[in-house]
Design a protein around this ligand. Structure first.
Ligand code: MG
Length: 384
């Protein structure tokens, strides 16, 4: 592997963490975990051959959930400090050492295609490369309440990814393992590696304090400017039975619904709506009724598949709205359970999920209680 991206996600993020929130690398921005933003930037990049993440021991379940569907190298486990974590990550690459490694903080979700390319290219002329940004604010140093001006000439902020010739940064980490450094460039400097600076990017911000998330949420939202809408409709006939499945919830009823799968009209309409929003054909194309595998299948499989396709395209589901159409059973007592089930299947916040019900005033097949129908609208956001 010529170039591997090593993404450091092993911190506890105490400063950015509030009592109820997940570690910052697993918190969501515009519906997508911070770490996944960072990982996707590298895994889709033509100058990066593979991506490996360094995670905290104990975060494995959060990690697997977060990167589902992405082709990554197995994760490495981090250490007590960022420096230890990077070192562990580098050591884990030694059985098949790459030529170059790009080390990136998971807490920088908005790293641009351009910055990654610049850092990778700069390694053609130096052992180490990093994005730098000139300091533009006036700086003051404060000691015991007395502050004094600090000249900002020649001062830069170092961002990540920081790129290195792999063998050289590994050697630096081994040599200076006992000497704390805040980033890898500092170690490269100690080891006397040649360095090439590239221009950093203000939007490549590091999420550190809780208030950083408000700004990050705005950036994340604007990155998802391509808004798509899809609709879905489905109907099934009533048959003998004592329950129906609706939006993933088993609802007692004096009839059942006839169908190849579990005949969940709500999930079928919603699956079609999501497929429609990403122009990915329809539920019948993905799960042919002629295929015995889907006989009696729980329809959440179909919805999970559609949600996975959205995620694989780098998008997020912004909102879904399902309308169930029937005289009976009564939907209202089950509405909340249905919303919660959809939230669980789609990994979405409850506020992004609506379930409604209507009758047809006795008209048509639903009115005659021959069957029931559902329609759905899904709103998807893709990268603009
Ligand atoms: Mg159906």
């Amino acid at each position: 592997m010529p170039t591997i991206a090593l993404i450091v996600a092993a911190g506890t993020g105490e400063r950015a963490r509030t009592a109820e929130s997940a570690p910052k690398q697993y918190r969501k921005l515009a519906g997508k975990p911070v770490l996944r933003w960072a990982v996707e930037a590298f895994s889709r990049h033509p100058k990066v051959d593979a991506v490996k993440v360094v995670i905290r021991d104990g975060d494995q379940a959060d990690y697997e959930d977060c990167i589902a569907g992405l082709p990554l190298l197995p994760p490495a486990l981090g250490g007590a400090t960022r420096q230890h974590s990077v070192h562990n990550g580098l050591e884990s690459l030694t059985p098949e050492p790459p030529e170059r490694v790009l080390i990136h903080d998971a807490a920088r979700p908005f790293v641009s295609h351009h910055v990654i390319a610049e850092v990778a290219d700069a390694l053609g002329r130096a052992d180490a490369a990093a994005p730098l940004i000139a300091v533009s604010d006036t700086l003051r140093r404060s000691t015991d309440g007395v502050s004094e001006l600090v000249a900002r000439d020649g001062l830069f902020r170092a961002q990540t990814p920081q790129g290195f010739r792999f063998a050289k940064i590994l050697d630096a980490h081994r040599r200076f393992a006992a000497e704390p450094a805040t980033d890898d460039l500092a170690l490269a400097e100690r080891a006397g590696l040649s360095f090439a600076a590239v221009k950093g990017d203000e939007s490549n911000m590091k999420l550190t304090e809780p208030e950083d998330f408000a700004l990050a949420e705005k950036l994340a939202s604007s990155a998802f400017g391509d808004v798509r809408t899809g609709t879905g409709f489905d109907a099934h006939r009533f048959a003998a039975g004592d329950h129906v499945w609706l939006c993933g919830v088993k609802v007692p009823h004096d009839r059942g619904l006839e169908g190849h799968s579990d005949a969940d009209v709500g999930l079928h309409a919603l699956t079609d709506a999501i497929l429609g929003a990403i122009s990915a054909e329809d539920i019948g194309a993905h799960f042919p009724p002629s295929d015995e595998r889907w006989r009696g299948a729980p329809s959440r499989l179909f919805l999970e598949h559609a949600a996975r396709l959205v995620r694989d395209s780098g998008g997020v589901i912004a909102h879904v709205d399902v309308t169930l159409i029937c005289e009976r059973p009564k939907i209202a007592p089950h509405r909340q359970a249905m919303r919660e089930k959809l939230a669980e299947i789609l990994s979405l916040d409850l506020s992004r999920i609506s379930v409604k019900a209507t009758t047809t005033d006795g008209l048509g097949f639903a009115g005659r209680r021959e069957g029931m129908a559902a329609q759905a609208v899904a709103t998807i956001r893709l990268h603009a």
